[in-house]
Design a protein around this ligand. Structure first.
Ligand code: FAD
Length: 415
């Protein structure tokens, strides 16, 4: 099979790159082995949340101060603002409605009630633009009876610490009570599957309307809409107060929804998404990758003019470690990591961990290096890249999206 571009990895970065190329008429295949880290997503994208332990207010200004090894510096700090606008457009074209700005972080609220800096947040999720000017005074925190993936007491305390008055209100409906017969059904994704019909949403809205009293805003866990936001919109239309969603512990319905919408848009543009297949090896000729082999298409190598490695970090098995080394398992490209394994981790689990910053080494144009030399038609994007730390810096999704579009631009310019 011959394509213009083959992308290994179908998470946020692989899909954003694939969409950007398919939109310009390129024949693109994505090999996608499993679920992505969007399953952990709290309904927001982060561009840059922290530098040197301090919360960032203006990501664009802070990006200009990052070291050369950071993926943003490879793209060029001056390009980030225009890429940010293109990414917002990519989301809205995919049906994902988010609000935010690259030059002013807002705050998202975690399931534990902690406010974290964010770049874009889904319009149906709680977003705080200014901690000194909260979007509501008194909140009705609606707690679904028997639902354990939202630590309600911690969330309520966190919201109070931010300055909200919070009424914790436990509730259920017949539809939810029926689900409780099997405790394993009380997960965000199962609730989202069942809270879809107009009747179920009507019963839920009736409960919210009768219990929310004279609060200003209703907060519900993010358990609505696995494929789009229409269930939330139907609920909001029936509710008498503004309703906002708060992210839950994984699996994240918001993340699944974004994944579904991006995948759908990619396919609509003519892209080929090889779901459940795994890239296993590649064939190189000189400084080029000529084909890759996948587990399911073992006898039919995928050939292309360009290839993109978007296989994610350790959690997605895009990077691996054995006793002696950290390595990239598909193509054996170079990895930036400490040779001394004593340096990989810190015994204090809350301390910064060096291995979070490990990843595939690239040149300034995101070409993967193999034995120190750039592979001219192979790019690395997203969390497989070295030089950033999504946990410490809050830059994971930003790096994934920015490098995805930057690599797509390089590929388009390469012919
Ligand atoms: C626990 C956790 C929570 C997070 N929460 C947030 C958050 O709330 N907000 C935020 O902004 N960011 C968050 N991030 C960071 C963010 O999710 C990531 O930075 C970003 O989504 C990474 O996207 P990616 O496409 O680069 O990698 P991934 O999402 O890891 O996707 C890589 C994909 O490649 C596939 N793959 C791997 N190997 C192969 C192969 N050989 N062949 C084919 N496919 C392969 C994997 O199965 C996976 O689907 C979080 C990350 C983690 C780990």
């Amino acid at each position: 099979m011959r394509m213009d571009t083959v992308i290994m990895g179908g998470g946020l970065s692989g899909l954003a790159c694939g969409i950007s190329l398919a939109k310009r008429g390129k024949r693109v295949a994505i090999v996608a082995s499993g679920q992505s880290t969007l399953l952990f997503n709290g309904g927001s994208m982060e561009l840059l949340g922290h530098v040197n332990g301090k919360a960032v207010t203006n990501p664009l200004e802070a990006i200009a101060t990052l070291p050369e090894s950071h993926p943003y510096s490879k793209i060029g700090a001056d390009r980030i603002a225009s890429l940010a606008e293109r990414i917002k457009l990519l989301f809205s074209d995919s049906g994902i409605e988010m609000t935010g700005s690259a030059d002013a972080n807002h705050w998202r609220v975690t399931p534990m009630g902690v406010a974290k800096p964010a770049w874009l947040t889904l319009n149906d999720h709680l977003r705080i633009d200014d901690l000194n000017n909260l979007p509501a005074k008194r909140l009705a925190l609606m707690c679904i009876r028997g639902y354990f993936d939202q630590p309600n007491a911690m969330l309520a305390q966190g919201l109070r610490d931010l300055g909200f008055e919070v009424d914790m209100i436990e509730f259920t409906t017949d539809d939810i009570t029926a689900l409780r017969r099997s405790p394993s059904e009380m997960r965000a994704t199962s609730l989202a599957k069942h809270l879809v019909s107009n009747n179920a949403l009507r019963r839920l809205a009736d409960q919210v309307n009768s219990l929310a009293g004279d609060t200003d805003m209703v907060l519900l866990p993010s358990v609505f809409g696995q494929s789009d936001s229409s269930d939330y919109q139907a609920l909001q239309a029936m509710a008498k107060k503004p309703v906002r969603l708060v992210s839950t512990l994984p699996p994240s319905v918001a993340g699944m929804r974004m994944m579904t919408q991006l995948r759908h848009y990619f396919r609509m543009l003519g892209g080929t998404y090889l779901m459940g297949d795994t890239a296993v090896s590649g064939t190189f000729e000189g400084d080029r990758l000529t084909s890759i082999t996948t587990a399911k298409l073992a006898d039919m190598p995928l050939k292309a003019d360009n290839f993109v490695l978007a296989t994610g970090s350790f959690i997605s098995r895009g990077l691996r470690a054995d006793y002696e080394r950290v390595y990239e398992p598909v193509l054996g490209v170079d990895v930036d990591a400490d040779a001394d394994r004593e340096q990989w981790t810190h015994f204090g689990v809350l301390q910064p961990q060096a291995y979070f910053g490990y990843g595939v080494a690239t040149d300034g144009n995101l070409h993967c290096l193999k034995q120190g030399k750039p592979i001219q038609n192979l790019y690395a994007i997203g969390s497989v890249l070295s030089g950033h730390d999504a946990i410490k810096m809050g830059d994971g999704t930003g790096v994934s999206l920015m490098t995805a579009i930057a690599a797509a631009d390089h590929i388009r310019e390469s012919k």
